[in-house]
Design a binder for this molecule. Structure first.
Ligand code: PEP
Ligand code: MN
Length: 269
């Protein structure tokens, strides 16, 4: 599928990055330009934030969408941002190149239908307690509403484990790639909940066959208005992108039939 002139699921590995919340023009534009220089292809930032607490920052709404549009203009990166209500779909679609449906809304069928009908590509995040068949059913609602452009995003699920924010279900990536034709990306930031783990989970996601990543990045993560603990600094992001290169290279060779055979033979020995 395509977002602007970027193909996702066709072989290239596509990183989407940006702050959890759109805060200010300076924060967003500096992040957009930085992540682009490090190899990200799509800018991600939230204008409507589904926060666990009603007292936390809920996003700038329309003003945030306008900041995203300005950051797209300055950086040249297409923009993905979350839409939380079917009432906002038309407004968000006016500014965004792709609509994100968040975990908490994976089964909001009215929202899925309205988002699908906008015609924009949809980034669908797995619900925290969704099985893979629940997840695929939600994707099918989008497809059935005439929109074939859906990306599945594994972002960690709730389990009995409390050491991390969520449990990264890497097997979901492998299985979804086998049973579905849709592109699959991973969000190691929300899976981990802590920034030190994000690069390792990102490398695991590439190895598992993911088509891309969604990563939270901020100029000063400790001052971020949301999800600072799991957010990478510019330097952390650069280091992660460099560390991903050999894994992405191997993945691309795997997609090339000549090399795939050699790699399979090497693994069998
Ligand atoms: C987000 O992407 O910032 C977000 C709120 O993610 P999730 O829906 O996966 O919790
Ligand atoms: Mn977040």
């Amino acid at each position: 599928m395509r977002v602007g002139d970027i193909e996702i699921g066709a072989g290239d590995f596509v990183t989407m990055a940006g702050p959890c919340s759109v805060e200010t023009d300076i924060q967003l534009i500096s992040t957009a330009c930085h992540v682009r220089s490090a190899g990200a292809r799509i800018l991600r930032g939230g204008a409507f934030k589904p926060r666990s607490s009603p007292y936390a920052f809920q996003g700038h709404g329309l003003a945030g969408l306008q900041m995203l549009a300005r950051a797209r203009e300055r950086s040249g990166l297409p923009v993905v941002t979350e839409v939380m209500s079917e009432c906002d779909v038309a407004m968000v679609a006016e500014y965004a190149d792709m609509l994100q449906i968040g975990s908490r809304n994976m089964e909001n069928f009215a929202l899925l239908e309205a988002a699908a009908q906008s015609g924009k590509p949809i980034l669908l995040k797995r619900g925290m307690v969704a099985t893979l068949s629940d997840f695929l059913r939600s994707a099918e609602i989008v497809l059935e509403n005439g929109n074939p452009n859906v990306i599945l995003c594994e972002r960690g699920i709730r389990t009995f484990e409390t050491a991390l924010r969520n449990t990264f279900d890497v097997s979901a990536i492998v299985l979804l790639k086998q049973i579905s034709h849709l592109p699959v990306i991973a969000d190691p930031s929300h899976a981990a909940g802590c920034r030190d783990l994000v690069p390792a989970l990102a490398r695991i996601a590439v190895t598992a066959g993911a088509d891309g990543l969604l990563v939270e990045v901020h100029p000063s993560p400790d001052d971020a208005w949301s999800d600072g603990d799991q957010t990478l600094s510019f330097a952390d992001f650069d280091e992660m992108m460099v560390s991903l290169k050999p894994y992405v290279g191997l993945r691309e060779r795997r997609n090339d039939p000549v090399h795939a055979e050699a790699i399979a033979m090497g693994e069998a020995q």
